[in-house]
Design a protein. Structure first.
Length: 183
C-alpha cells in the first residue's frame, strides 16, 4: 500500500542497504531491498532519513542513495543550451552496430567469448525512445541527454561535463537533473 502523497526522490542501491531506527550503526539494522523507491525527508551529517511507500521511516547512509531523475523538460518549451542530437545519435548507432556485429560473430562461432569481450570492451550506449521523447546516453561526456526531435539538452550527468560538451553549448549539470522550469 502506497502512502498518499508519496513521491520517491531516491532508490536504494543495487546492493541493498541497511536501515536503522536511529542514526546509530551499533543498533540492529533492517535490510532494504535493492532499487526500493524511497523519499529522502531529512539529513543529519551523512545519515539520511527516508520514508518508504508504505509510510515506514528509517535512517540510512544517505551518501549511498541513488537520486531518481525528475520529469524531462516539457515538450514545446524552448530548450536552453541545446545542441543538435544527430551526432550523439550517430555515436549510439555506431556502438550498437559494433556490439551487434560482435554478437553475430559469437553466435555464428566465428568468435570466442574472450575475443567477444575484447571487441566489446569500452562500448557504452543507452537509448530510450517513448514516442516523440528520446533519452540517449552520451558516454563521451558521461551524461544522459533528452531530445524531443530537433534539440538535445543535458538531462543528468555523472559529474562535471568536459570542456568539449560545454563548447557544444551544453552547461554542466549535477547528478540531480534540472526541473522542467530550468531550476
Amino acid at each position: 500500500m502506497t502512502t498518499r502523497g508519496f513521491h520517491p526522490t531516491h532508490v536504494v542501491p543495487r546492493e541493498g542497504l541497511p536501515a536503522f531506527q536511529t542514526p546509530d550503526p551499533s543498533r540492529p539494522a533492517t535490510p532494504l531491498d535493492p532499487l526500493l523507491p524511497v523519499q529522502l525527508v531529512g539529513r543529519r551529517g551523512d545519515w539520511g532519513r527516508i520514508v518508504c511507500a508504505n509510510g515506514w521511516s528509517a535512517w540510512v547512509d544517505g551518501r549511498l542513495l541513488v537520486a531518481v531523475p525528475q520529469a524531462p523538460p516539457r515538450a514545446g518549451a524552448p530548450p536552453a543550451g541545446a545542441a543538435d542530437p544527430r551526432p550523439l545519435l550517430a555515436r549510439a548507432e555506431e556502438a550498437l552496430a559494433r556490439y551487434r556485429a560482435a554478437a553475430e560473430e559469437l553466435a555464428a562461432g566465428r568468435l570466442d567469448a574472450e575475443s567477444f569481450g575484447e571487441r566489446t570492451r569500452g562500448l557504452r550506449t543507452g537509448v530510450v525512445v517513448d514516442g516523440e521523447s528520446l533519452w540517449v546516453y552520451d558516454a563521451e561526456h558521461e551524461r544522459w541527454a533528452y531530445c524531443e526531435g530537433a534539440r538535445l539538452t543535458t538531462y543528468a550527468a555523472t559529474g562535471q561535463l568536459s570542456a568539449g560538451a560545454e563548447n557544444e553549448g551544453r552547461q554542466p549539470t549535477p547528478l540531480v537533473p534540472r526541473t522542467p522550469d530550468g531550476r
